[in-house]
Design a protein around this ligand. Structure first.
Ligand code: ADP
Ligand code: MG
Length: 698
């Protein structure tokens, strides 16, 4: 039966080869099924007519009813026919450039017509160019549907007689052939329990809804199906990973973990850290390979959780490793982990692209001998020459900059793949995590260490510069330190650098030597100069650090209480949140000051306001998703969210949660979908992946 939906679109009687090619190229419609899944993005409510006087925008398709009062044929170059249509409020021109003779014959003065189209604003007034039209009499006779579907079309489609209205006709044609030939993709127990339309009914109603209610039900059914299959796929992958990949059994929590925990841990874990460590520990002793995502807000203490898990690996005779996306971040992890472990007999090494040949050689040797317990580094770790004796746990920090391939490379570092923990730098909205990382288990640190005072965030315009300087002076008098950060955007690096240098100079003027010390750090400095300046700031010698976003990741200076972000309107939300996370690490009240030019776009203002009203990374991530859509959020490109046709990852969160639970439940009792009642699901998976053995999908 699937055959019907798989029929080549070219076999539709009113489609010729040329049109078929355009449908394929322009909107990826190859089959009947593709056409039926090319959903309208809007509907024209045919029961509603717009008054001519009320036409106010070019945006929407509208319907007007009126009487033809005049016909005018303008000859010569730019020949056109103008039909003047009048209703009780005014007159509008219908303009036709082609088919003039036929159209002229179709309109009769004194007769009422219904006109349908998008108004055009030309020479100061609205008109309709080539609208669709029919007499009011025939309209009343033939118009059964209230809602008429509107589809996205391209210029090329319109030029080839594949307008929105033509697409509606094609859908109608396919639906007429489709009676009892559209296979149900969901098991009956699901459609029954959730009170869903059948697939056939949903497809009919989504194109030609009878009324508001049936449209809502059609959408509900199609969204359900779309999200459900995405989650089913994730659950299948998750199950397959487990079934296929035997994992090391970390049976013990031993000497290293215990002595660190009891003796050297400088503070108590937050409840969330404890819970998450437990989740990970339980995962690592099951005999399956762990694939887990660790999410937590900036400053929630993910590094420490990573360290505790690595100690468990070491206690069980294995090595562990952290890969970070940048050298600065790798260095930072290395420093903080070295520092945590300074009194313990463990070897921690750092490997990055700039490691010297000689050190590298020694390091690789001690790594393959098993003398190195923990290796921290960048992508450099993925190279084939880096061989562990016995890698048991691989931690990937900020995975969204890593691809699937890199993950696979880490797996290959051992005959039995190591346990894998993926840590994200900033939180991801729940629905996005469920789709992008849906094949991973998920742990969330949803609590900040005690004693942190929420950072106060305020918006200053450029003109408020004196207030800003006064505030900075007061904080310095209190003994605090300050960051002043400038955006750095690759394309205009020179201009950005100039901004930075100008800013630096005005700060030096305002905060002169010898009373004040200022550091400056940017990407074009030599590494050792950068380090020198960073170190002076860390040591509290300099009061102000003027920097580009190189400091975005990895600096930890608890005495710094003020983060001034210049040109804040040019940063994205995630980056602003990351930057803000550089302060608020000590006991003192911290501040984030977002400086912008005096005129802001609406979106810019929304971002700044979001930052001012919340410190919660999850809320900020949600706002970011709303603002930019999933396509612009790192990591989503390779996931199914980009292919969603009808569900909305922001608005349909409750549904997403519901279908995820359902999919999880089904796969847990019937992982290979062998049960009779799950046959539709099995068929779907088999046809999607073109293999009967989808236990291999990963
Ligand atoms: P993240 O990587 O999640 O942004 P970090 O691991 O860098 O956060 O931790 C932020 C800071 O909080 C570090 O200085 C760390 O030592 C400290 N920290 C971590 N856990 C705790 C805790 N339970 N109590 C107090 N401070 C903590
Ligand atoms: Mg971190």
């Amino acid at each position: 039966m699937r055959e019907f939906l798989n029929t080549d679109i070219e076999l539709l009687p009113s489609i010729n080869k040329k049109k078929a090619d355009i449908l394929k190229k322009e909107i990826n419609v190859f089959t009947f099924g593709d056409l039926l899944e090319y959903f309208p993005f809007r509907y024209l409510d045919k029961s509603k007519f717009t008054k001519i006087k009320e036409i106010a925008s070019e945006e929407n398709y509208i319907q007007v009813v009126g009487r033809v009062v005049k016909k005018e044929l303008i000859k010569g170059k730019g020949q056109r026919l103008i039909i003047k249509l009048q209703d009780s409020t005014g007159v509008i021109d219908l303009v036709f450039f082609q088919g003039i003779k036929w159209i002229n014959d179709s309109f009769a003065i004194g007769v009422d017509y219904v006109v349908f189209g998008k108004p055009t604003f030309f020479n100061g007034i609205f008109n309709f160019a080539h609208p669709e039209f029919e007499t009011l009499m025939s309209y009343k006779r033939t118009s059964i549907e209230t809602f008429f579907p509107i589809y996205h079309t391209s210029e090329r489609m319109k030029n080839s007689f594949l307008s929105s209205k033509a697409l509606a006709k094609l859908s109608q044609e396919v639906l007429a052939l489709a009676v009892n030939r559209i296979e149900e993709t969901l098991p009956q127990y699901i459609t029954k329990h959730y009170n869903l339309y059948t697939k056939e009914r949903a497809l009919r109603e989504i194109h030609f809804p009878k009324n508001e209610e049936s449209l809502a039900k059609a959408r509900a059914r199609l969204k359900f199906e779309e999200l459900f299959f995405m989650q089913l796929e994730n659950q299948v992958k998750k199950h397959n990973n487990k079934a296929r990949n035997k994992g090391f059994v970390f049976a013990n929590v031993g000497e290293n973990f215990n002595s660190f925990y009891k003796t050297y841990l400088p503070f108590t874990l937050t409840g969330a850290q404890q819970r998450v460590v437990k989740e990970i520990r339980n995962d690592m002793r099951t005999g399956y390979q762990m694939n887990r995502l660790l999410q937590g807000d900036v400053g929630s203490g993910k590094t420490l959780v990573a360290l505790l898990c690595m100690l468990i690996a070491i206690d069980n005779g294995f090595q562990a490793s952290i890969i970070a996306p940048t050298e600065i971040l790798a260095q930072q992890h290395y420093n903080s982990i070295k520092n945590f472990l300074k009194d313990m007999p463990l070897n921690v090494s750092l490997l990055t692209g700039s490691s010297k040949q000689k050190e590298r050689k020694i390091l690789l040797n001690s790594l393959s001998e098993g003398e190195t317990h923990i290796l921290i580094g960048t992508h450099a770790i993925l190279e084939d020459s880096v061989v562990f004796k016995n890698l048991g746990l691989a931690i990937i920090d900020e995975q969204h900059r890593f691809g699937v391939e890199q993950r696979a490379k880490m797996w290959a570092k051992n005959s039995i793949p190591p346990h894998v923990l993926v840590m994200t730098a900033t939180p991801i909205p729940r629905t996005l995590a469920m789709s992008v990382y849906g094949d991973l288990e998920c742990s969330v640190i949803d609590e900040l260490p005690k004693g942190r005072k929420p950072i106060q965030t305020v918006h200053f315009f450029d003109k408020d510069v004196l207030t800003l300087f006064n505030f900075m002076r007061k904080q310095i008098e209190l003994g605090r330190q300050i960051y002043v950060v400038y955006p750095l955007i690759k394309e205009s690096e020179k201009m950005d650098l100039k901004d930075l240098m100008d800013g630096y100079e005005s700060i030096v003027r305002e905060f002169p030597l010898p009373k004040y010390q200022i550091s400056i750090v940017h990407g074009q400095m030599k590494a050792e100069d950068k380090d020198y300046e960073m170190q002076r700031f860390k040591d509290g010698i300099t009061n102000i650090m003027v920097a580009t976003t190189v400091i975005e990741v990895g600096v930890d200076v608890p005495n710094a209480t003020v983060m001034v972000i210049e040109n804040a309107e040019r940063f994205g939300l995630a980056q602003l949140h990351q930057l803000r996370g550089r302060v608020g690490r000590g006991q003192e009240q911290s501040y984030c000051i977002l400086r912008t030019k005096d005129e802001l776009s609406q979106e810019g203002l929304f971002r700044i306001n979001t930052m001012c009203v919340t410190n919660n990374g999850f809320e900020i991530a949600q706002a970011d998703l709303q603002l930019r859509g999933p396509g612009n959020i790192a990591g989503t490109q390779q996931s199914g969210v980009m292919e969603l046709k009808i569900a909305d990852i922001v608005l349909d969160e409750p549904l997403m949660v519901q279908v995820k639970d359902l999919a999880t439940q089904i796969i847990s009792y019937d992982p290979l979908l062998k049960a009779e009642e799950n046959k539709p699901l099995r068929d779907y998976m088999v046809s999607k992946h073109k293999t009967a053995d989808f236990s291999q999908i990963s």
